[in-house]
Design a binder for this molecule. Structure first.
Ligand code: TMP
Length: 206
């Protein structure tokens, strides 16, 4: 059986992840891959309930945030991601643990050791094979996100919070250059798609 790969999409608000995920999915399907597209937090019935709690209004401590995303992730790995990879499907996930480092670690300043401990226990060594990190100046992304419609609890955060999120993502790209591929999301969409295609072709072995 052909091996399935685990691809994650990351980035701050308004960097075009949803459009790019559609492109990734169609690109892989055209190459005959069986694709499962999913998202975090979410991806399972309980995960979607956690997502609603997570993005809903009300005070949530940084540690509670972290535990919520990892609770959803544990179920997601068990019920969806691992079985799909095992069956040879390609899993394309809108956000994964890099988002916990960026948002809870960078944005909320939760100790990275705490995140690492959860990552080790919950993922048991599972890591994405490829992470496409879409990067744009914070003001550009926030303006796009606001145009999209009503904003959620996270999107109410300050520019300083989002600068820390962006810096943490960029640091992750520097730390894991083989896995995390940085894509300038402020470029025209055709150029963004060309960059995505280059990374996917590499993974497909072309
Ligand atoms: P989005 O995927 O629609 O952008 O929304 C998900 C929100 O959840 C986004 O603000 C980032 C946030 N998030 C975290 O803070 N930590 C995480 O680990 C994940 C997966 C998402």
């Amino acid at each position: 059986m052909n091996k399935g790969y685990f691809i994650t999409l990351e980035g701050g608000e308004g960097v075009g992840k949803t459009t790019n995920l559609r492109f990734v999915r169609e690109f892989l399907e055209r190459r005959g891959k069986r694709v499962l597209a999913t998202r975090e937090p979410g991806g399972t019935p309980v995960g979607e309930k956690i997502r609603a709690l997570f993005l809903g209004d009300g005070e949530v401590s940084p540690e509670t945030e972290l535990l919520l995303v990892f609770a959803a992730r544990a179920q997601h790995l068990l019920d969806v991601i691992e079985p799909a990879l095992e069956s040879g499907a390609w899993v394309v996930c809108d956000r994964f643990t890099d988002a916990s480092y960026a948002y809870q670690g960078g944005g909320r300043q939760v100790d990275a050791e705490f995140i690492l401990a959860l990552e080790e226990r919950v993922q048991k060594g599972r890591q994405p094979d490829l992470t496409l990190l879409f990067d744009a100046p914070v003001e550009v992304g926030m303006a796009r996100a606001k145009k999209r419609g009503p904003i959620d609890r996270m999107e109410k955060e300050t520019l300083a919070f989002y600068e820390r999120v962006r810096e943490t993502y960029l640091r992750l790209a520097g730390r894991f250059p083989n896995r995390v591929k940085l894509i300038d999301a402020s470029r025209p969409i055709v150029e963004v798609e060309e960059a995505i295609a280059t990374h996917l072709n590499h993974l497909c072995g072309q």
